[in-house]
Design a protein around this ligand. Structure first.
Ligand SMILES: [Zn+2]
Ligand SMILES: [Zn+2]
Length: 643
């Protein structure tokens, strides 16, 4: 009896049971067989060398298919584990999955791995790779497996939890075998480019009550060229790391005494943050939003009504007992804005009501996941809520999105992606709101994107349970994608709070409610800007816009005059009057990424000039002071990104 295999081009092959995908690839073309990494059989990833035992839809995947990279990276993780066991046989293996940026493997070993160990391990990986070992799938009965892995405690735990009566393992040569679902690449000879990157602590199963393990991170690509490009990008990202720049430029800190995930903005960071906040508040007022302020701590009762005390409680700081009730720091600004909306009866004539706030919220993040400004426990959102009628919703969404794009443009981000997250048409029952509400909201979002000629990726069944949304992700200077703005419907909160407006028909109706945040969090946005510009903020944002450098003590007076005139023109300026060589002062100002260094000597003093040096373009020659001031003023007033 033969089995029928359907190929992607629709053609059929009739083959013996036991035929392997790689055999079929060979009949298609030797080139395909050569490039093959893994197969997809009936929708699932499948080893090239695993026999087919029934009719199948078959596709041979090569380096061109994204899924193949995952399999390739996971196979490199096995190679890592094999090398570690050869070098450090006392090590116990945890798990070794592929991740977005490569792969990792978790190890339990009494001695910490050192950077020198990483080099040794990498070298051994290449040695094992050169042995051209096949990744062979072996089926093992559960009981036998548990005996075999008796002294590998993590594998035993996994087998007990996950394995069926018979489970699959993958060998790599005679020595190495790993309990694994697979699939894998056929042989180590396919592995062409990888690098071990770092060692980090990780808890077994990500639970801090479990044993701490050592996680080795690595990355792998199909070609050396791709690997080199990735490593160069990583190097560039390291140079731009906002935590490093934040310290070097004295912008912000996280204080051990005050606790993790809580940010202190220093004077220079404070100036930058003020620009970011002022711009947003001004925009609120220009675009018909009302500016509101709501308390950081409120009665827990509010979050019971909003539902956060229930479905969001594990992200909230624990309540504190006061004399009259329990109080709690807010994790969201929405309930506060709702109280302002509901404070009086609303007529359709007042709608839309747009309430905006730079609102500080507190969310509990586990200690392992916090990261500089990017993931914190206290942060300020540029948060607004729009309450409107169904007739108004489409233009409100258009305005929100336009506002989001204007924000990106202002800060010098010219490329972005947008995602529209929709529901599952009610199939699962996990979404709140009626089908009519979902249709109205999704239509409004779709029409708004059409009006703006915006390309969106539709993410079906990715909406929040309370409504559909559009997310905007920006692309930064080194090609990284950052989730930024979000425009989100909410069917749940207006109902929970019984929100109303009196419509033209004289009856009470429930308004539509939209949450929207454009920077997302100001802390995080600050971090993104810092990395995007590698610390060299555009002139209008720069904490110090110009520094005056007198050549000798004799010129102190003129230097101060220059400072005062810049200051009077609203330019942030300082004088470096230390008794140091001008070249050293220039170097330091350059390191501080000050846009303009104004060197003043006798000649400049006599001619009412400054010798201008720009951080990017170097020496620009002498200029009359007035025209320099006018030039910089123009950069500031137009919020120029280039200088
Ligand atoms: Zn595996
Ligand atoms: Zn909200």
């Amino acid at each position: 009896m033969s089995i029928q295999v359907r190929l992607p081009d629709g053609s059929m092959q009739s083959v013996e049971p036991g035929t392997r995908p790689i055999d079929i690839a060979r009949t298609i073309s030797p080139r395909l067989a050569d490039a093959a990494i893994v197969a997809r059989v009936n929708g699932e990833l499948f080893d090239l060398t695993r026999p087919l035992d029934s009719d199948a839809e078959l596709k041979i995947l090569t380096a061109k298919d994204a899924e193949a990279l995952q399999v390739y990276r996971h196979s490199t993780a096995h190679l890592l584990a094999a090398a570690v066991l050869e070098l450090f046989p006392e090590t116990k293996l945890g798990i070794g999955p592929p991740i977005d940026t490569g792969f990792y493997y978790d190890f339990d070993r009494p001695t910490p791995f050192t950077p020198e160990d990483l080099e040794k391990i990498e070298k051994r990986m290449w040695e094992i790779q050169a042995r051209e070992l096949p990744y062979e799938r072996v089926m093992t009965p559960k009981l036998e497996g548990l005996q075999k892995y008796a002294d590998a405690w993590m594998k035993c735990e996994l087998i007990r939890e996950r394995a069926g009566e018979v489970f699959s393992e993958y060998t790599l040569g005679p020595q190495f075998i790993d309990f694994c679902r697979g699939p894998h690449i056929p042989s180590t000879s396919k592995i062409k480019a990888f690098k071990l990157l770092s060692i980090a602590g990780a808890y077994w199963k990500g639970n801090e009550h479990n044993k701490q393990l050592q996680r080795i991170y690595g990355t792998a690509f199909f070609t050396k060229k791709e690997l080199d490009e990735y490593l160069a990008k990583l190097e560039e990202a390291k140079k731009r790391d906002h935590r490093k720049l934040g310290q070097e430029l004295d912008l912000f800190s996280i204080q051990e005494l005050a606790g993790p995930g809580l940010i202190f903005f220093h004077p220079k960071g404070g100036i930058v943050r003020k620009q970011i906040e002022d711009w947003m508040r001004d925009q609120y007022l220009k675009r018909g939003y009302s500016l509101v302020y709501t308390p950081h701590i409120v009665r827990r009762e509010l979050f019971k009504v909003s539902g956060h005390a229930n479905f969001y409680s594990e992200n909230m700081f624990t309540p504190m007992e006061l004399d009259d009730a329990e109080y709690q720091p807010k994790p969201m600004n929405c309930p506060g804005h709702i109280l302002i909306y509901a404070h009086k009866q609303r007529s359709y004539r007042e709608l839309p009501v747009r309430l905006g706030e730079l609102g500080t919220v507190y969310r509990y993040e586990r200690s392992g996941v916090m990261h500089g400004l990017m993931r914190v426990r206290g942060f300020t959102q540029d948060d607004a809520h729009i309450f409107c009628t169904p007739e108004q919703i489409e233009s409100e969404i258009v305005d929100c999105l336009q506002f989001a794009f204007d924000t990106l443009e202002t800060y010098g981000f010219h490329s972005y992606e947008a995602e529209l997250s929709t529901w599952d048409n009610g199939a699962s029952g996990k979404y709140d709101g009626s089908p009519e509400q979902w249709k109205l909201a999704e239509d409004a979002l779709a029409k708004a994107t059409e009006r703006l000629e915006l390309k969106v990726k539709v993410m079906q069944d990715e909406a929040a349970f309370y409504g559909p949304k559009i997310d905007v992700k920006l692309v930064d200077a080194i090609g990284r994608l950052w989730q930024l703005s979000t425009v989100q419907f909410d069917f749940t909160l207006p109902r929970r709070f019984g929100l109303e407006y009196i419509a033209e028909d004289g009856k009470a109706h429930q308004p539509l409610m939209v949450h929207r945040a454009l920077y997302g969090s100001i802390e995080r946005f600050f971090g993104i800007l810092l990395e995007h510009y590698a610390g060299a903020f555009p002139v209008w944002l720069a904490p110090v816009q110009a520094v005056v450098l007198p050549i000798t003590d004799r010129l102190q007076d003129y230097a101060r005059q220059v400072r005062d005139r810049l200051d009077a023109a609203g330019i942030r300026v300082s004088v470096d009057d230390r008794n140091e060589k001008v070249n050293l002062k220039i170097r330091e100002a350059q390191l501080q990424k000050v846009p303009y260094m104004l060197v003043v000597g006798d000649r400049e003093a006599q001619a009412d000039q400054v010798a201008v040096r720009n951080r990017k373009h170097g020496d620009l020659g002498a200029k009359p002071l007035d025209s320099f001031i006018a030039d910089v003023r123009k950069l500031i007033d137009t919020k120029a990104v280039e200088e």
